[in-house]
Design a binder for this molecule. Sequence first.
Ligand code: 5GP
Length: 213
Amino acid sequence: MRRILSRCLRKLNSIKKEVANAVKILQERIDQEGVVLNNRVLKVDSFLNHQVDPWLFHAIGKEFARRFKDAGIDRIVTIEASGIALALMAALELNVPLVFARKRKSILMTDDAYSAKVYSYTKEETYDITISKRFLPSGEKVLIIDDFLASGEAAMGLAKLVESAGDEVVGIGIVIEKSFQPGRERLERVGYHVESLVRIARFEDNQCIYMEE
Ligand code: 5GP
């Protein structure tokens, strides 16, 4: 009995270490390589939005999988382009399919599609996001994953697609949340469960100040 208990404790400690690692490494990379523009936008293109770090993404995928493992997820939905590699790692860990919303309708997309309008504050334009109906069967539990949460526009648009299909949004997993913007509040107000790996309370002199645990 004591041996089982100590094995469980060891396992728990190793899980805690792994989790702390994904979040800690992410914060370290943001601090070392991130560039804050006008105290408004964080540029992390050396490891997340342009060049991607597969080992870090693997740890992120594991962390999302750990947080949502009991949610009965059938499918992950994300948005091109930066969401894809992140969501892929989580999909592998959770052993579920992944589908990404397109920002522009491809000429190859001849099937019926679900679509929603999303306003981008970084690009200052409204665009349509679409997912082919074939890849969003109804009656599923869906996890939405994205790289950033700011105003919540992208996540709300993805949730709308998922719900148009008759699916349930069981969680929204975000890598970097800018908690001083209204995204989380907007999503929680309508009942979505949001899990963000890193939460930025504010930018100060173009540096990130994180939320206290
Ligand atoms: P929201 O739709 O919540 O306003 O913003 C989320 C989307 O905008 C993300 O998919 C991301 O592409 C982009 N975004 C918002 N804020 C930032 C930021 O500070 N840095 C980067 N790189 N992308 C951002």
